[in-house]
Design a protein around this ligand. Structure first.
Ligand SMILES: Nc1ncnc2c1ncn2[C@@H]1O[C@H](COP(=O)(O)OP(=O)(O)OP(=O)(O)O)[C@@H](O)[C@H]1O
Ligand SMILES: [Mg+2]
Length: 505
């Protein structure tokens, strides 16, 4: 049972089954008890009636016991009345000896009869009742015995008994009915419980769906819709909304800090670079100073690039890096990049080829960002391909998308590294210095991925170590990117106000 809904249904059904069981047992016992009381009442009436018959017969006749046979017995004329009684009837004298029996009692064997009449020997109260088990086909009997006072000195006591199986019928029927009905009730209750649990848990399901949509990292400005009710769900939603607000705040200040720091670094870096460049062209500078100035300039260029990349990513995180989208010819863009790549490849001893369609490929994109993306991919391809290798850049015009492929015959990427290459600052070989033979900061692919996704597209990679790598960017044709006028900036606060699902607590 994986879900709360299933567990709730299960335990609800178990609880109902136990309740039904206890209720049924109590009902059964109570039915039995009241049936026994009813039986005692009937036996009591019968024994009273027989008592009156004996007493009145005695009053009329004077003597009702004959000693004509071998043993004293009730006068046949009077005992004929007892014959008519369906139950076990026993009339005994004061010392417990049997004077008369009904037909049913006569059918008992001597042993059973003796056990039946045993209570008569020790009769203390005027009227007593009890249960006796005779077994052997007769089973359990309920009896009521009476001390006979007014039927002459020879008559001592009187007993009427009847099998309890007669009364067992009612409660047994009840038990059978309950056993048939209980599973139906339980099944119906389980279905109802499952439905109810689903209904009550639906708000939780909705909250989970909403949180999933929000926690993709870019929608922290969104809030859950707070239900009108004043229950646990409303509190849960408010708590989550509060947490989202705090998360948004801390993420926001983190991004703002990076963006502000990068921005503040740009101007001093520019001043530094201008100073070094001026010093480089100054006449009469010794050769060794010139060399160290050259190295400083290279480092400064690296740093400027890093700061630019950080600023781009920080602004993208903040949602403050809008695309200046315009209808552009991708073929012209790509062939322009191929030209630059050709020059880069030449100095590294790498052949750069391209496959372009013979017609213009028009698409609404930010041409500067797309150019940046292609340059990132192509410089990677050249950087990670040894001398004598090949790099190919191809553009394909498909029905609903445009795909751009950058292929190289370079060192490739290990399968275990592939999931990490788009992470910020990740490099396959971090031990290699940022300025060594393959300089870099590890931000290029992170920016590339952001550009592809900001255009509603995607980027995928396939690679085999030692054989080469293929990066494929897919840009969809249809309305993936809203056209934002150049220079427009959206702030998180404005986005939050515009988001339809957002609702302030
Ligand atoms: N075409 C490629 N062939 C082999 N490895 C590659 C290729 N492209 C990227 N990589 C691996 O992915 C890592 C990340 O690439 P990314 O472009 O983000 O960083 P970088 O090139 O090292 O630095 P920079 O920020 O200057 O681009 C690289 O360090 C490299 O290990
Ligand atoms: Mg790179």
């Amino acid at each position: 049972m994986h879900t709360i809904r299933q567990r709730l249904t299960f335990w609800y059904t178990v609880a109902l089954a136990v309740t039904l069981g206890v209720f049924g047992t109590l009902l059964y016992l109570e039915r039995r008890q009241s049936a026994l009381r009813e039986l005692d009442r009937r036996l009591g009436l019968e024994v009273d009636l027989a008592n009156r018959w004996l007493s009145e017969s005695y009053n009329v006749l004077g003597r009702i016991v004959t000693t004509a046979g071998s043993r004293p017995s009730l006068d046949p004329g009077i005992s004929a009345y007892l014959e008519a009684v369906r139950d076990y009837v026993v009339v005994a004298d004061t010392s417990g000896n049997v004077l008369a029996l009904s037909e049913a009692s006569r059918a008992l064997n001597a042993d059973a009869l003796q056990r039946l009449t045993a209570p008569l020997d020790t009769l203390r109260a005027p009227k007593e009742a009890g249960t006796i088990n005779l077994e052997e086909g007769v089973g359990s009997l309920r009896w009521v015995a009476l001390r006979v006072e007014a039927a002459g000195p020879e008559i001592g006591s009187l007993m009427v008994a009847t099998p309890t199986s007669e009364i067992a019928f009612g409660p047994a029927e009840l038990l059978r009915s309950m056993l048939i009905i209980a599973p139906i009730i339980l099944l119906a209750a389980a279905l109802l419980g499952y439905w109810l649990a689903g209904t009550f848990l639906r708000p939780v399901q909705n909250i989970m769906d909403e949180i999933e949509a929000i926690s993709d990292g870019r929608s922290l400005h969104r809030r859950l819709a707070v239900p009108m009710s004043d229950d646990e769900m409303a509190r849960l939603t408010l708590t989550v909304n509060g947490m989202l607000a705090r998360l948004e705040q801390s993420f926001g200040s983190l991004h703002r800090f990076t963006a502000d720091a990068s921005h503040e670094l740009k101007t001093p870096l520019m001043v530094l670079r201008a100073g070094v460049e001026r010093a480089l062209v100054h006449p009469g500078v010794p050769a060794e100073i010139l060399q160290s100035l050259d190295e400083t300039l290279a480092q400064l260029n690296e740093m400027t690039e890093l700061v630019e990349s950080l600023l781009t990513l920080a602004r993208a995180d903040e949602g403050r890096a809008p695309l200046a989208v315009e209808e552009s010819d991708l073929r012209a863009l790509v062939s322009d990049v191929v030209e630059t790549a050709g020059m880069l490849g030449e100095s590294s001893g790498i052949v750069v080829t391209s496959t372009l369609p013979d017609h213009p490929v028009r698409l609404a994109v930010d041409p500067h960002r797309i150019r940046e993306m292609l340059l990132n991919l192509i410089t990677n391809a050249i950087k990670y391909t040894p001398q004598g290798g090949t790099v190919d850049l191809s553009l394909a015009d498909q029905e609903d998308a445009v795909s751009i492929t950058v292929l190289d015959t370079g060192i490739g990427i290990a399968a275990g590294d592939l999931p990490h290459i788009f992470e910020r600052f990740w490099r396959a070989d971090p031990a290699r210095s940022r300025t060594g033979d393959r300089p870099g900061t590890g931000l290029g692919l992170a920016i590339t991925k952001w550009i592809a996704e900001a255009h509603g597209g995607s980027i995928t990679v396939q690679s085999r170590p030692g054989r080469g790598t293929i990066f494929t960017v897919r840009l969809p044709r249809a309305g993936a990117v809203p056209i934002i006028p150049r220079g427009a900036r959206s702030t998180p606060a404005r986005e939050a106000a515009a988001a339809p699902a957002a609702k302030a607590p």
